[in-house]
Design a protein around this ligand. Sequence first.
Ligand SMILES: Nc1ncnc2c1ncn2[C@@H]1O[C@H](COP(=O)(O)OP(=O)(O)O)[C@@H](O)[C@H]1O
Ligand SMILES: [Mg+2]
Length: 267
Amino acid sequence: MPSMTEAAAMTGPMTSPMILADGIRKRFGANEVLKGVSLTLAKGEVVAVIGPSGSGKSTFLRCLNHLETIDAGRIVIEGDVLADNDTGGRARYVADAEVRRICARMGMVFQHFNLFPHLTVLENVIEAPITVKGLKREAILPKAEALLRKVGLFDKRDAYPSRLSGGQKQRVAIARALAMEPDIMLFDEPTSALDPELTGEVLRTMRQLADEHMTMLVVTHEMGFAREVASRVVFMDGGELIESRPAAEFFANPQHPRTRAFLDSML
Ligand SMILES: Nc1ncnc2c1ncn2[C@@H]1O[C@H](COP(=O)(O)OP(=O)(O)O)[C@@H](O)[C@H]1O
Ligand SMILES: [Mg+2]
């Protein structure tokens, strides 16, 4: 008979992937945008998602944390079912409160930062912990200040977003997501809206998170970042996941002709 710890290791949360997406289908009207996408992320994995514009990358990310609802498939976050097919093959979500509880474990960073323009940097970071988690301002303040130090923006804590560069805004957005203490971070082209000289500071912050073993799913056009930081690279095209391989193999020896054509087009 296995010991208690062995039994726990076999069946407990340690064995559950951080993200399990299976057969995700999503259509907008007649446009089927996700045609059965499956992807699993283990704890601490950094997965880069690449692919042409319109291939469904953003929609896939948004489906994982319920910014969009799926039509079919199964999403399980850290062992907890968010949505699963019913007997008719249509996705059914768990109760609203459970959806909120599960999705709170995922932080998201968007291409266009989405900071609150009428709030200072510090207020942006503490807003969700106060309004969503019900924390007192004094309780979240030390954590918020530590996060701003971490992203190098403590001296900007009282500035409004309009006074910041794009790179600074995006680092605030990362600090804001981290303030909710997520287990998983989703990034949707976090550097695509930035001037080239500002991408480095954001990628450095992301690399630091990866070094701290944050589980990260990153849609990106930064091939250098994908190659150096991601453990795995996934190529999406036309609503399908075409190829998913360890980063080094992916770039050295892409298997699928569509992957090769895409990588050639990026050079
Ligand atoms: N809210 C929406 N309503 C209708 N169509 C959408 C919506 N969001 C995305 N789409 C469509 O879904 C397809 C995939 O878009 P998207 O997921 O944004 O791709 P990507 O992020 O890879 O560029 C596109 O054809 C896009 O026009
Ligand atoms: Mg997109």
